[in-house]
Design a protein around this ligand. Structure first.
Ligand code: ADP
Ligand code: MG
Length: 708
């Protein structure tokens, strides 16, 4: 008898050799195999016939190979593999680009299935780079797996019905997987464990697990192919829900666990404290700022540690909100740690905070990677002694053996730049401290439930008064002169300009050279009358600070920089953001860069220079930027363009590894799963069983780490 946890090598027809192949693509157990769903379904009950094929459409055909061969082309190293096939109604050419190894795959008289798009070329109608499957091929028979390929069911499994098509990985072909899955399903007993509570299943109208697992691979007759390919059959819904439900159980449990640990003490608000907070304010708060500080202080007063995410578009004024929270904590005798993702930003926060706290009794310090060892030891001693009240820093804060006397509040700026782990280790330097994380990359609604399901969320959409919307223009390279003229006008009027160069990791050196040369070129040839500064990541920290400080004080008119200024930098007199090679940047990144201007009372401009060739995606990105300045909308569009995996750009972003669900496509199911997970854990009868289940499998399964 086999179960879901049975290693694949114990399956009939899968010997040690094939089991090793499967393991190499991440499939160890029966469950791994069965939860690797088809990527699409093909209706092979009714193949198109060759005579009915039309250009522009995709089709699958069943045919016989007539001949094949590799054809060289005029372009060196570019080869075309040609395949001629026929069925009862006619013959068709299929071509494959740069896959000469196919010469070892195809031979005359094979029965094949081709799926692909038809193009009308000068050679007539042909299929380009089709997906293929060879119905009868001796190569499939491995010595230790002989029964697998020799099954009589073979033909009815791969044709004459709706067949599942799997992603080809390594040596595992779609056809092999289909056969192994089919065989496995025949052996899996009817009563596999059911993780979903019965009432949840009933409420959500979900079919049982065993049926779902079968149908998702081999749909019963009459299932619509469209529904299958939309991943919306009853089987899909059931299994996607299952995955999301378990995931949400873990998130909700994590949140409840965090709330179960009470703070040693919570803050108290008095009239004096209110007055102390008011004294640091350099301006009147916006309505949203007031709303959010109210939410934060309410959390701080509670006995449970705060776990709040503050989302606010670039320039909405998050820093002052964080500082107000810090003052509340310090007035209550707590220490505060304020972490920023870059040294430039940490330095800038340090300067701002020092200025605003000048007349207070609080002492603050800065710790970054380039703080000298001696200075660092001094700060450490003062932090553990309690004579420093607030420390601003980079991740060096986490790495140092820094100990606090009584760390009560942890603030993390631009949280999306940090891994979950760093968040956790800073928190662990206090005893259940309050945690406030801030981000200017709004989390699209569709992702919020997934990534930040264990945080409370505050949102600031309102901008400080007097801001004019930034004007964005997109220009090709050949309009460069116009843009230079415009920069001149602005600088002559007393404003400042950023010129940004992309710095792509693979070619960091080349780009750095480009940025350096550009700075020289601008300084000497284009703007000899202006003061031009250069900033990039390779500069020593004190050099960076000097350049940034000089720009902030207005000692440079133009700052040529790589994206190191991307987050957080605040120079209100800068009104032009000129981005070179804008086509190379991501959408959110461009939005962040644009957020560096428009921070004062002057009309500001974002100018995006691009070079051809422009991909469709790049065109979309540039268009999105001219369409809107709303960070929330930009985030939604970015997500749609890039997909959730790439959205945050970092691996440790807090996105779960999902096997079957897709947070975008299946967002409605995620919402339902969230509701049911909360309800299930509220029900004492089943809460313990569910919690135990999650504890054993959750973190490993979803690749997420506990927050602390
Ligand atoms: P972000 O949310 O991008 O971190 P900052 O906190 O850097 O934004 O604030 C952007 C700019 O707006 C700063 O110069 C800050 O001093 C200013 N600012 C913030 N809040 C207000 C306000 N209520 N009124 C006027 N200016 C404000
Ligand atoms: Mg900021």
């Amino acid at each position: 008898m086999i179960g879901l946890e049975t290693p694949l090598q114990f399956l009939k027809g899968v010997g040690p050799r094939r089991a090793a192949d499967l393991l190499r693509v991440g499939l160890a157990t029966v469950e791994d195999l069965l939860y690797r769903f088809p990527i699409r379904y093909e209706d092979r009950g009714s193949f198109a016939t060759i005579s009915t094929l039309r250009p522009g459409a995709s089709a699958s055909i069943a045919a016989e190979v007539v001949g094949c061969g590799v054809r060289p082309t005029r372009r060196p190293r570019f080869r075309i593999f040609e395949l001629l096939v026929r069925d009862a109604t006619g013959s068709l050419r299929a071509v494959f680009f740069n896959q000469p190894f196919l010469a070892d795959v195809f031979r005359p008289h094979q029965r094949v299935i081709l799926f692909g798009k038809l193009e009308l070329t000068s050679h007539g109608l042909q299929m380009q780079n089709p997906q293929y499957e060879i119905l009868k091929a001796e190569a499939d028979v491995q010595p230790d797996a002989a029964p697998l390929a020799a099954e009589p069911e073979e033909d009815t499994l791969h044709t004459g019905r709706i067949v599942p098509v799997y992603e080809k990985t390594g040596t595992l072909t779609p056809k092999m997987q289909r056969a192994i899955v089919h065989r496995t399903l025949a052996e899996v007993p009817p009563d596999i464990p059911e993780p979903l509570p019965a009432d949840v299943r009933a409420r959500q109208g979900l079919i049982d697990r065993r049926t779902a697992i079968h149908d998702v691979h081999f749909p019963s007759e009459g299932t619509a192919v469209e529904q299958l390919n939309a991943f919306r059959t009853a089987a899909h819904r059931r299994l996607i829900f299952e995955e999301f439900f378990l995931f949400q159980l873990g998130l909700v449990l994590r949140k409840r666990r965090a709330e179960a640990d009470l703070k040693p003490r919570s803050v108290v608000i008095t009239d004096e404290i209110r007055e102390a907070v008011r004294r640091i304010l350099p301006f009147r708060l916006t309505g949203d700022q007031k709303k959010v500080i109210f939410e934060i202080v309410k959390d701080m007063e509670r006995p449970q540690p705060m776990n709040r995410l503050l989302q606010g578009d670039v320039g909405s004024g998050k820093t002052i909100v964080a500082l107000m929270a810090a003052v509340v904590a310090m007035e209550n005798g707590f220490q505060v740690a304020f972490m920023a993702p870059t040294e430039i930003l940490a330095e800038q926060h340090f300067i701002t905070i020092r200025r605003l706290l000048e007349s207070s009794r609080f002492r603050i310090a800065l710790v970054t990677g380039s703080t000298a060892a001696k200075k660092r030891r001094e700060v450490q001693a003062e932090l553990s002694g309690g004579s420093i009240h607030l420390v601003v820093g980079t991740h060096a804060l986490v790495e140092d053996p820094v100990g606090f006397r009584e760390l009560g509040l942890v603030i993390i700026d631009e949280q999306h730049r940090f891994g979950v782990l760093q968040r956790a280790s800073l928190r662990s330097k206090g005893v259940h401290p309050d945690v406030l994380v801030m981000t200017a990359t709004p989390i699209p609604r569709t992702l919020a439930l997934t990534t930040y399901g264990d945080l409370d969320v505050s949102v600031m959409r309102e901008m400080p008064p007097g801001r004019q919307p930034i004007k964005t223009t997109v220009r090709p390279e050949d309009r460069r002169q116009e843009i230079y003229d415009f920069v001149r006008m602005q600088v002559d009027a007393g404003r400042q300009t950023y010129v940004i160069y992309p710095l792509v990791e693979e070619s960091e050196k080349v780009d750095l050279k480009a940025a350096t040369e550009m700075a020289d070129h601008l300084a000497q040839d284009i703007f000899p009358q202006y003061r031009v500064g250069l900033l990039h990541g390779r500069l020593k920290q004190d050099a960076k600070e000097r350049v940034m400080g000089a720009f902030a004080r207005g000692e440079f008119d133009i700052l040529v920089s790589t994206t190191v200024v991307e987050v957080g930098v605040d120079v209100p007199n800068a009104t032009v953001m000129l981005v070179e090679h804008a086509e190379r940047f991501g959408l959110s990144q461009l939005h962040q860069l644009r957020g560096r201007v428009g921070r004062g009372q002057h009309q500001s401009y974002c100018m995006l220079l691009y070079q051809y060739p422009l991909t469709d995606d790049a065109r979309e990105r540039l268009k999105a930027l001219t369409d809107t300045t709303d960070g929330f909308e930009i985030a939604e569009r970015d997500l749609a363009l890039r997909g959730p995996g790439d959205f945050f750009g970092t691996r440790q972003s807090g996105l779960p590894t999902l096997r079957v669900g897709d947070v975008l496509r299946d967002h409605d199911i995620m919402e339902a799963a969230r509701r049911e997970a909360v309800a299930a854990l509220d029900d004492e009868k089943q809460a313990e069983t569910l919690a135990a289940f999650v504890r054993t499998s959750w973190e490993q399964r979803f690749g997420l780490v506990g927050v602390g």
